[in-house]
Design a protein around this ligand. Sequence first.
Ligand SMILES: C[S@@+](CC[C@H](N)C(=O)[O-])C[C@H]1O[C@@H](n2cnc3c(N)ncnc32)[C@H](O)[C@@H]1O
Length: 357
Amino acid sequence: MCSDAHFYVRIETFVDVLTALSNKNDYSRNQLQMIVGAWVLSGLAEKKSKISLSDGDVSEDDYDKKSLYALLYALYRSMGEVRDEHGERYEFTFNTWGYAWPEAWGPAPTTSRDPQRYGRNAYTGLYHFDAVKKYVADRDGKVHIVEMGCGTGAGAHQVCANVLKQCTYEAVDMQRAAIATCNRKFVPTLNGRLKATCSDATQLARPGGSADFVAVNETHVTEITGVVTEEDERFFKKAHQMLKVNGHIVWGNAIPDPTWKACYAYLESIGFAVREECDVTEEAVRARDEDKRRIDVYVDQCMEAFPAFRIPVLGARKRAEAEVALKNFARNPNTRLYQNMVDGTDTYKVVLLEKTR
Ligand SMILES: C[S@@+](CC[C@H](N)C(=O)[O-])C[C@H]1O[C@@H](n2cnc3c(N)ncnc32)[C@H](O)[C@@H]1O
């Protein structure tokens, strides 16, 4: 967490919450209040908002993912336990859109009253492939997983506790606040099987050939249409370096549809084979429809927690921007990212890749 003295010196630079926050800080609730206050007041000098009020869209050039997730994870943590749409209490930890469990995959691993069931489905679904089940059984369940972009580790916990109960797991994310949540909430419950590491996953130094699986669940990479960026290349090369031969990447995400093909071509060029690909876009849209009320109720609770949104005129304007942006990041119905899944601009796939050389 940054010291208050350091924080006050830099407060004026926090007005743009989409670019100015640091992934190396775990902002306290008070600091978050000041950041939001400064952002609301920045409306005085702002000519045009970066956030579309009609659908929450923010252009790729207008935000930095380090700042965006620093804000989101500090927010989730500072909100603590919240109410779902039925009034049940839970902590918002899955930063995951997820999907309704596909019927063809057998019985669902979650119940309809679990507020974070779609995230749990997504992590469970990474290991639904028969080839994965055989690989795990051949090793008596003792497999090692490295997750690149784990967020709070909620999914890592789901896998260790309910899916692969003998595995060991290293959960990696570049956001300090997310890793702090993992260390507080999930690591202590798993008897040393789960380790949480704060790092840019592309810069991890791990022995080559040490992982059976590299898990990638809605990690914020491969976002550019039809293009494998330099960061994406480093990301996949790192996965290749850490995996054993015949080990697997298990990868689920909703990304621009042409990007899948571009990634497969790159992955094949560095020694992977695409073994299976399941398109769950329809189930992902259904999940967002069914999750809408929970997200609406969550966003309302967040807005109420920040008095700065009650500043006359400016507060209401910034509240409207914050609401629609949070809903867009959650791919709530009537937002740009939701619409992208409905019209096929983005497709949600769950993919199994094997390292062949
Ligand atoms: C939408 S969130 C998903 C988090 C988590 N997998 C989940 O499903 O709850 C995307 C995550 O990718 C992480 N991320 C993106 N690029 C990364 C990188 N190069 N190294 C580590 N984490 C990264 C972000 O910090 C963020 O936590």
